[in-house]
Design a binder for this molecule. Structure first.
Ligand code: BGC
Length: 773
């Protein structure tokens, strides 16, 4: 990873843009910029600080600089614009040198968002901003910066769009364009415009990189000239092709996540063309698009010259370069595949920002999605610095808009910036989860004002009775009974969801304040949380402990957010939740809000078997239904693909959305039994939960001093638990026989106890769904 290296303070950054004579190239066409220069002394060091209005790739003397994909990534550019640092000493020599930079629209000027989207969100002109500082043996420096000496030209890439794909003309490429020998006298001059240096920062977070290469699992010829390649895994990334020499032939590649009745389904992509096109040249080439990314498992290829062979196609997986920290495995292959799908959806959506999906005309940093998935993501991947960067954008947008927006970076589309429960709460919950999983309190300090503004704003909106009666809300988004075209119309009242979240976030903020030594704030927010909790009970809880919304999500919220005032009500809520789940045939009845909580709520109130029945259900809707339908990622909807193999008619139907995969946190913490008991896993909470017919389960999480491991086996009524506790870490262990908690220090242990499940292991056959009235 590149270290953070500040740029020289005396540099006044300038953006360069072409001064076209005559017709300008189409806006979707990338532009390449170059500058040749002479170094009259040897080189002992060279630093390049570079960014663009747009996305860029730099070359020095014909070689690509670094391995970043879609640099500088997407931040809220008007507040924070990344300046990428590369050490390029080995790429330069005394004598003639050249630097070239290709810039495409990317997020800066390209189309963003659904419903036709918007263009030019950040500006109308694209171009690079760069400083190359070369150090010579005598300590002197040569500086080359983007200025009027540079020249520009349209790129041989004819179009490049994040959603629409890339078109490349192989017949007009000349590889030497970024070398000193190139004659650029007929290139276009540029204007240099002062760039707001106060927005520039050198990032601490890793870039997007090419993280994996996948070979095809099948290549099927369709009608003449058409081939469908299956990579066996839904990913975010792009293809690398070995294209034969075939002057003038045109190859078209469309990307799709699933087959619908045997044919690639493009409808879920909505307004994203997701199509790459290559005009073949005189020579065979290896080609990969550079300024686009697709969400796909299948490639539909037309016009391939000759016979396509498996070796001609590779899928390149692209996402933020983050270390994988956590694992999970158990004796049930369907659960293992579910977990694998969660992993792949995290990889498909932790792509510089936490996105909702990687394939359609959206790919926005939806706050609610990250909020519900945070625990799972942070157990599995070291995405801390990436998410911290996103949170800084969240805070910057919040200051500008006066509210935490529903996605970050903010783009004005159809919904204005409004406070949305469970989405805006990301401002409080995500930093707290980061702290729990990575243990660095700096994120709490940095985000504190943002957290307070969110909670204070809700307190103001809710007035004296402490009840926030919000307007437009997403509620328990994508409750399985919500009609395909009305995903917010679930069975749980949006007001109940909003007040529940308000109690939760306000309470967390009190904990944050206490953690960072703001005692007065801690007392104030905890008193406020208590008041809202009372209001919640007054408004939404009947005297006998039923809830105003008789839904899995409402009870899961009440239980897991600790909203109920009396232990009797808690007992009642657990019973009622169990009854509902049973009555609904052990089919999931939750959307984004209830999904991360419902299994915990059942298990914590003593209904472990019911939690397992729900978890192991394979009929629609359930977590395992998509697995039985061959899913390789988590779907946006419980039934993104219907049982008859057709794609859900809703226009919002992705096959790679991580939110409903938030149940993986339950797999880690409870099924296997490994979670944090103190920030940064300095104490482990080891609470394995045998059941569901599982004979073994295990999880591991890499920590700074080693790997924490938990693995249990059950044979008959003997339960055996193996634990590895790294140095400097303690473990609180709760065995499933209910024996008192044990505290263990670093080391490896084997513990046993008697364990007999309360009911027969295999899930009961499910009654019909929906249940008879
Ligand atoms: C996104 C979601 C998001 C939701 C909220 C959808 O279009 O894909 O995941 O949270 O909108 O409205």
């Amino acid at each position: 990873m590149d270290g953070v290296k500040g740029y020289p303070e005396d540099w006044d950054p300038e953006l360069i843009i072409p001064r076209w004579h005559g017709a300008e190239p189409a806006p979707e066409r990338p532009i390449r910029f170059r500058c040749s220069f002479e170094l009259d002394k040897p080189v002992v060091g060279a630093q390049l600080w570079i960014t663009a209005c747009g996305v860029f790739e730099a070359e020095i003397n014909g070689e690509v600089v670094g391995d970043h994909v879609l640099a500088p990534g997407w931040t809220s550019y008007k507040h924070r614009h990344r300046l990428i640092h590369h050490d390029v000493a080995t790429m330069l020599t005394a004598g003639p040198n050249a630097i070239g930079i290709t810039v495409a629209e990317g997020w800066y000027r390209g189309r963003l968002g659904f419903g036709g989207g918007v263009r030019e969100v950040y500006g109308t002109e694209i171009g690079p901003v760069a400083l190359l500082a070369v150090t010579h043996p005598d300590g002197s420096h040569t500086r080359i910066a983007t200025d009027q000496a540079w020249r520009a030209q349209p790129s041989p890439i004819l179009t490049a769009g994040l959603y629409d794909g890339e078109t490349w003309d192989g017949s007009i490429v000349e590889s030497s364009w970024s070398t000193a020998g190139t004659d650029d006298t007929d290139w276009t001059p540029v204007d240099a415009i002062p760039f707001p240096g106060n927005t520039l920062f050198v990032p601490a977070s890793p870039p997007i990189r090419r993280m994996d290469v996948i070979d095809p699992v099948s290549i099927e010829a369709r009608e003449p000239g058409r081939t469908v390649v299956d990579f066996g895994q839904n990913i975010a990334g792009r293809l690398r092709l070995r294209i034969p020499a075939a002057p003038g032939e045109i190859v078209t590649i469309r990307h799709a996540e699933v087959l619908e009745h045997g044919e690639p389904a493009f409808r879920p992509l909505r307004g994203a063309a997701a199509t790459d096109t290559v005009v073949c040249g005189d020579d065979a080439v290896e080609w990969e698009p550079r300024f686009t990314i697709h969400g796909f498992r299948y490639a539909d290829i037309e016009g391939w010259p000759g016979q396509p062979a498996a070796e001609d196609f590779h899928a390149i997986v692209c996402h933020t370069d983050m270390e994988e920290l956590g694992t999970f495995e158990c004796s049930n292959p369907l659960l293992n595949r579910l977990h694998e799908n969660v992993r792949w959806s995290a990889r498909g959506n932790l792509v510089d920002i936490p996105t909702d999906c990687p394939q359609r005309d959206e790919r926005l940093g939806w706050t609610g999605d990250m909020q519900v998935f945070a625990d799972t993501a942070f157990f599995l991947f070291d995405c801390a610095s990436m998410i911290e960067s996103w949170l800084e954008d969240l805070a910057a947008e919040q200051i500008e808009l006066g509210v935490v927006p529903i996605y970050v970076p903010w783009v004005e589309l159809v919904i204005p910036p409004l406070p949305m429960a469970a989405w805006g709460d990301a401002a409080v919950i995500v930093p707290w989860r980061l702290y729990q999983h990575f243990g660095n309190p700096a994120v709490l300090d940095r985000q504190y004002d943002s957290m307070c503004s969110w909670v204070d704003q809700l307190a103001e909106l809710s007035g004296d009775d402490r009840l926030w009666r919000p307007g437009l809300q997403f509620g328990d988004w994508l409750d399985p009974i919500a009609p395909p075209d009305r995903p917010a119309s679930g069975r749980t009242s949006p007001e109940l969801v909003a007040t529940a979240y308000q109690v939760y976030s306000t309470g967390l903020l009190a904990a944050v304040a206490a953690e960072i030594g703001k005692e007065e704030d801690a007392a104030r927010y905890s008193a406020l949380a208590a008041e809202i909790r009372v209001a919640f009970n007054r408004e939404f809880v009947t005297p006998s402990g039923l809830l105003a919304s008789d839904s899995q999500t409402a009870y899961a919220l009440a239980l897991q957010f600790d909203l109920l005032l009396s232990p009797e009500h808690r007992t009642r809520a657990g019973e009622r939740l169990r009854d509902l789940v049973e009555r609904e045939g052990y089919h999931i009845g939750t959307g984004f809000v209830g999904t991360p909580l419902v299994c915990d709520a059942l298990a914590d109130t003593g209904y472990v078997d019911d939690a397992y029945h729900l978890l192991l259900q394979t009929e629609n809707p359930s977590w395992l239904y998509p697995v039985t339908m061959g899913a390789t990622t988590i779907w946006e909807r419980w039934d993104s693909m219907l049982p008859d193999g057709s794609v859900n008619p809703g226009e919002m139907t992705s096959f790679n959305h991580y939110a409903l995969g938030a149940v993986a946190s339950f797999l880690h913490r409870r099924v296997a039994g490994l979670g944090p008991a103190a920030p940064g896993y300095t104490r482990l909470a080891v609470r394995p939960l045998p059941g569901g017919g599982l004979t073994h389960a295990g999880a591991s999480r890499r920590l700074p001093t080693g790997t924490a491991r938990v693995r249990w086996h059950r044979s008959g009524d003997v339960f055996r638990l193996n634990i590895e506790v790294p140095d400097g870490v303690a473990a609180d262990v709760e065995m499933p026989d209910g024996s008192p908690m044990r505290e263990l220090g670093p080391g490896a242990y084997e513990l046993t106890c008697r364990f007999r499940p309360a009911t027969a292991d295999p899930p009961r056959p499910a009654p019909p769904f929906p249940p008879p009235a």
